[in-house]
Design a protein around this ligand. Structure first.
Ligand SMILES: [Zn+2]
Length: 264
C-alpha cells in the first residue's frame, strides 16, 4: 500500500512538472501535457504529409522572397533546435501556417494579398510565433485533458502518449482529408501571436506597421467574401479589438525592437 502511495506521488510530481510551462516573451503560464520533443516530432510528420498532398511553387522569385523573410525571422526567434524550412504552396487560398518544429507553409493566395515585405513578415511572424509559443502543444493538452480524463497520468508519464497524442494533433492541424485547415486558436493565443509576431518581425528588421496594414487588408478581404472566409481568416477572427490592440502595441515594439534592429 505504501509503495502504491509513493508511486502516486511520483506520478503527480511528474504531471505537475510536465504540466507547467511558460510562454516565451510574455511569460504566460501554460498547461502542457506534451513535451516539446513530442510536439516537434508530430510537426515533422505532418510537414511530410503536407508536402505529399500540396504542390510547391516553382516560382523562384516567390520562393526566394519567403525564404529570405523566413530566415531573418527565424534568426530573430533564436530557436536553433528547430529545423526551419519555408515552403511556398501553389494554391489560390489565403492561408499560411507553421507546424511545431519550424516548418512554415505560405500559400500563393496570401502572397498576392501581402504586397509589401513588411506585411508578409507580419503573416510569417504571427505563424512562427504560434509555433514558438507552443500554442499547438497547449491546444493538444487541453484536448487530451478533456478526452483522456483518467488517463492523463499515463500520458504525462509518456507511457501511452504515442497514438493518442498524434490523433489529437491530426485533429487540431487538419492533417487528413484537408491539409492546412486548422482548428481556431483561442483569443488569448491569437493576441499573444500578434504581439510576439510583431516583435519577431521587428527584430528581423521589418516595420511593425506591416501588421496593421495586413489585418486591415484581411478585414476588408473577408468582408468582400461574405461567408466564404479563407483559411487564414477562419482561424484568425479579425475584430476591431484586434486592430486596436496592434495599434496600441506598435509604437513600443518599434522603439524597443525595430529601431534596435536598424542600428545594428
Ligand atoms: Zn493565429
Amino acid at each position: 500500500m505504501k509503495r502504491r502511495l509513493a508511486w502516486a506521488f511520483i506520478a503527480l510530481a511528474c504531471i505537475l512538472l510536465v504540466a507547467c510551462a511558460k510562454a516565451a516573451y510574455t511569460n504566460r503560464n501554460q498547461f502542457m501535457l506534451v513535451s516539446e520533443g513530442q510536439e516537434v516530432a508530430l510537426g515533422l510528420q505532418s510537414a511530410q504529409e503536407v508536402l505529399k498532398k500540396e504542390k510547391e511553387s516553382t516560382d523562384q522569385l516567390q520562393v526566394a522572397r519567403v525564404q529570405r523573410i523566413g530566415n531573418r525571422i527565424a534568426a530573430a526567434a533564436n530557436k536553433p533546435d528547430y529545423k526551419w524550412e519555408f515552403h511556398v504552396i501553389e494554391k489560390d487560398t489565403v492561408n499560411a501556417f507553421c507546424l511545431p518544429g519550424g516548418k512554415v507553409f505560405v500559400y500563393t493566395g496570401i502572397m498576392e494579398l501581402t504586397t509589401s515585405n513588411d506585411e508578409l513578415a507580419a503573416v510569417m511572424g504571427h505563424e512562427i510565433a504560434h509555433a514558438l509559443l507552443r500554442h499547438g502543444g497547449e491546444r493538444m493538452s487541453a484536448a487530451m485533458a478533456a478526452q483522456a480524463g483518467g488517463q492523463i497520468g499515463s500520458i504525462a508519464l509518456g507511457a501511452s502518449a504515442g497514438s493518442g497524442a498524434s490523433q489529437v494533433f491530426g485533429q487540431l492541424y487538419g492533417i487528413g482529408a484537408q491539409v492546412g485547415v486548422l482548428l481556431p486558436h483561442s483569443r488569448a493565443q491569437e493576441s499573444e501571436a500578434d504581439e510576439v509576431g510583431m516583435i519577431l518581425a521587428a527584430k528581423a528588421g521589418y516595420e511593425p506597421s506591416g501588421a496593421l496594414s495586413l489585418w486591415r487588408k484581411m478585414d476588408a478581404y473577408s468582408k468582400s467574401k461574405g461567408q466564404n472566409v479563407p483559411g487564414f481568416m477562419s482561424t484568425h477572427p479579425t475584430t476591431t479589438d484586434r486592430i486596436a490592440a496592434i495599434k496600441a502595441k506598435m509604437g513600443g515594439i518599434r522603439t524597443k525592437y525595430y529601431q534596435q534592429a536598424e542600428l545594428r
